[in-house]
Write a protein of this length. Structure first.
Length: 105
């Protein structure tokens, strides 16, 4: 999907639980479900996108996330960027990204 924006919004614990359960049941991620719902409600057609570039969510305890946000603020970045920077600094044994193709000569 072109011009994706990262948006943060609040849900009650119950709404979040139901969203996660429904997303798992239909084998989608929450961002895709919410985006499709908005497009449906606003009368806009669905946009085909590259699923390898979809936002993936990780679960953190609230106190851990709060600590991460504090660290990010002190270092003039965002929690998302802090985690992204840390992950890409880590060495991995198999560095293939899903969807990439390699040619062995």
């Amino acid at each position: 999907m072109k011009n994706k924006k990262h948006v943060t919004f609040s849900l009650t614990d119950e709404a979040h639980r139901r969203l996660r359960e429904y997303a798992e049941r239909v084998n989608q991620n929450a961002s895709t479900l919410i985006g499709e719902w908005i497009l449906e409600k606003t009368g806009t057609g669905l946009i085909v996108h590259d699923s390898s570039k979809e936002l993936k969510l990780i679960g953190l305890r609230a106190d851990t996330y709060f600590h991460l946000e504090q660290w990010a603020e002190e270092h003039h970045t965002t929690a998302t960027q802090a985690v992204t920077d840390w992950i890409w600094k880590q060495k991995v044994h198999k560095s293939e990204i899903p969807g990439q193709q390699y040619l062995t000569l």
